[in-house]
Ligand binder design. Sequence first.
Ligand SMILES: C[S@@+](CC[C@H](N)C(=O)[O-])C[C@H]1O[C@@H](n2cnc3c(N)ncnc32)[C@H](O)[C@@H]1O
Length: 380
Amino acid sequence: MPTADRYDHSMQEMMARTGSFPLHVPYGLVRRFGRPGGVVLDPFCGKGTSILAARLLGRPAYGLDVAPEAVICSRAKLLATDVRAVESYIRRLPTDDGDCADVPDEVRIFFHPATLSQILSVRDALLHDVDLGRRATRSCATVALGLLLGILHGHASYSLSLPSSHAYSMSPQYVQRYSQEHGLTAPLRSVQECLLAKAARCFRDPLPPSVAGDVMEAPAAAVATAFPELTGRVDLVVTSPPYLAAQTYAKDNRLRLWLLNRSYPTIRAQYIQTQSIDRYRDLLTEAFAAIAKALRRSGKLVCIAGDVRHTTTSKGERRTDVIRTGDLLADICRSRQVGLRITHRSVHRVVGGRRYLNALANSNGHSQRDMVERVFVAER
Ligand SMILES: C[S@@+](CC[C@H](N)C(=O)[O-])C[C@H]1O[C@@H](n2cnc3c(N)ncnc32)[C@H](O)[C@@H]1O
């Protein structure tokens, strides 16, 4: 059986994204709490870490997320493609001049004009093939689109933008100012060569055979509509929902949303991202009530959530409390509306700088502060 560590720096890193699990976390949870061959569901699947863990362990894997870039990346992790098919597909992509006329300035700033025009022509071909191509073409296009999302911005030798973060879209003004101060210029790249380099890295460790499953772009609360066949059949849910408004997933992925031709304000409205604890409780109660119905009898749900700092202002006074999101979610799961039984709880401290979730510092990863994560297991 393949181990998780090998894939943390290959397939798992197709696209860096804030708030993602390291692969060994869901891998260990699926091994410990799931039954061999049991269906795994992550209703807030992000870039598909639980999906990949389930595949490595030979379990059917299903996921939901409202973020388009995350769904593409998660789907790519489920597909039965190999590096040779993907490479030959990438070599056939058109790289003639794409039309940059409609590209907004805040996007244009990140790219060399000749790189941008290749990005557009490759992007148009990929979006066409993802929707309309034959099955094998669709699979290769989905993987190639995941790879393109992964190299769109960053500071690797194959990143297409001005040097910037891999994990989130930095502010155009900041990137421009920093580049001017440090004499950096937007790189002229061959998009095809960069995609091939990223493909070689992602597929360095060949994946085990694909498993049954699918990933849908839909809210977690819509699991019964997205996957009616799963009602009462899921063996294990492994998930980490948003923590109030600690992460700004739509904003952090603005460049990727532009690439996918998706409208940021429309997408933004789909996310659970609120500073109101009451609203958060309502939204998560609705989601977990639906998720609980997908579980088989005695099926388990493992949830991980970091504590968050929450600031309120009353009568002109600002007050900051630490909200134990994990405890709040456990209370929701054992509420009458959801009806699960909590069987296990634990707390761990994730060391600043090495951690993967940055909610406590509310910082997108620059702070060195430690954070506290709470894990609970609930059973139907
Ligand atoms: C903490 S992250 C999970 C990351 C994931 N564990 C991974 O490894 O990539 C929470 C996810 O919830 C997603 N999300 C926000 N609102 C949602 C909703 N209403 N339904 C489903 N997913 C949602 C975000 O896009 C984000 O990917």
